[in-house]
Design a protein around this ligand. Structure first.
Ligand SMILES: [Zn+2]
Length: 154
């Protein structure tokens, strides 16, 4: 039985191609819209154990803790229990009175570092402090979090 293998595919109707393009555009828009929420959720889930401990720590040291829309927590007005102007542990920013949106943006980047590196992050941060002899301007984690936002630059 002879069979012709060289049949050509019939052209798609224009409305099928248009529908396919519409679906692709809708999926692209959905990914762009949903992805920030995925990042926020992933960071919060990855940091949850240390964040829970940090909130307990913050409250123990007199902090007033508030959760934000991006699932980070700021514990302000702490008597003590934080280093420098403030310390981020997981998704929790522990500090006294050096708040502000720029600082918060800086600390959220530290939360991202916690989420990416996990419990190894404090050791790596400490090693980086040793490598740079405490010069935060050369510290890769501080540079990545933004020196200006962190208050390290005028
Ligand atoms: Zn920092």
């Amino acid at each position: 039985m002879a069979h012709n293998q060289t049949q050509t595919k019939p052209p798609e109707p224009a409305d099928t191609a248009t529908r396919r393009n519409g679906i692709l555009v809708a999926l692209s828009v959905a990914v762009l819209f949903v992805s920030p929420q995925l990042v926020t959720m992933s960071r919060a889930v990855a940091n949850l154990p240390v964040s829970a401990a940090a909130v307990a720590w913050g409250r123990t040291h007199g902090g007033t803790c508030h959760i934000h829309g991006d699932l980070t927590v700021s514990c302000s007005h702490m008597r003590d229990g934080y280093a420098n102007g403030g310390t981020t542990v997981g998704n929790v920013w522990l500090y006294g009175d050096k708040g502000g949106t720029e600082r918060q943006r800086h600390e959220i980047r530290h939360s991202d570092q916690w989420a990416m590196l996990g419990p190894v992050f404090p050791a790596l941060y400490g090693a980086e402090c040793a490598r740079t002899a405490g010069d935060y301007h050369r510290n890769v984690f501080e540079r990545s979090a933004g020196l200006h936002d962190g208050g390290y630059l005028p």
